[in-house]
Design a protein around this ligand. Sequence first.
Ligand SMILES: C[S@@+](CC[C@H](N)C(=O)[O-])C[C@H]1O[C@@H](n2cnc3c(N)ncnc32)[C@H](O)[C@@H]1O
Length: 271
Amino acid sequence: MKRKGIHCPTIEDLVELSGIETLHPGGMALTQRTGQVAGLASGKKILDVSSGRGTQAIYYAQTFEVEVVGIDLSEEMISAAEGNAEAAGVADRVRFRLGDSQALPFNDGVFDGTINECAVGIPDDSQGVLNEMVRVTKPGGIVAIHESTWKQELGPEEEEEFAERYGTTPLEFDEWKGMLETAGLEEVQWEFDQWSKPEMFWKIRKDRDVPSHSKVFTLGERLRTLVRVISKYGMRGAITALQNERIFYRAVLSGKLGYCLYWGRKPARTG
Ligand SMILES: C[S@@+](CC[C@H](N)C(=O)[O-])C[C@H]1O[C@@H](n2cnc3c(N)ncnc32)[C@H](O)[C@@H]1O
C-alpha cells in the first residue's frame, strides 16, 4: 500500500521524535530472542536492516560477539548510531551505512544472517525489502523480522487508515508468512502470542519499564515529544498526533493489533 502522508506525524514519527533508544515493541527481550532465533554466534557477520539508533546492532555485538553492519535511510539515525557504537566501545565491530532497505547496497550472499526489527512494513515495497534481505544472506543463513500483525480480520478501509496513522503497514499473519516464503525462505517459523500482549507494545525502551498507565511515553517523554511535534508539524500536527495515539492504543487494547517474530532459512546451495 502506498501511504499518502495525510495523518502525519504518525506513531512511528512520534517514537522517532521522542528520542527513545529502541523503537520497537517487545524492547530488548524481543531483540535477545531475535538474536537467538537468527543463530547469532561468535565470528558471524550480520546485517541489521533499518538499524535506527544502533541499539540492537550494539547489543548483538556485545552479547553474541558478532560483527554487525547496520543500514538506515536516515542520516540522523546513522550519526546517532555511530556515536552510540563509539561510546559502547564496539565501533571496530559495528559499522553503519546510509541506504535504502528496498535496494540494499551489498552483493549477493555476503551475510551469515540478516535481521530487520520493526521496519519491513515502513517502506512502500515490503516484499522488496524481504527479497533484498534474502538476496544478501548466505545460502543456509537465517533471515529474522518482527512486525505488527493483525489479530482480527478488519475491512480494507480500516486497515488502510490505520496504516496511515501508524506509519507502518500491519498485515495478517498469513500475509507475512506468504511474503517471507515468496522471498525464498524455507522452514518459516513464528512466535505470536507472547509478543502481542499490550504491555509488549509499551516496552520500547532499553533498560527500564514505564508504569503501564503511561503506555508508550512517560510524562517527560510526552512533553518533550509534543514540543518537537509542534516545532516540526505545528498545532495541527499536535492534534493529529493525539488522535493517532488514541486510535493506536484502542487497536492494541481491543486486541485487534498484535506483534509477531518471524524467521526462516535461505535454502542451502545444492549441487
Ligand atoms: C521503527 S524504527 C526501527 C529501528 C530499529 N530497528 C529498532 O528496532 O529500534 C524504523 C527505522 O527504519 C528506518 N527506515 C525507514 N525507511 C527505511 C528504508 N526505506 N530503508 C532503510 N531504513 C528505513 C527509519 O529511519 C528508522 O530508523
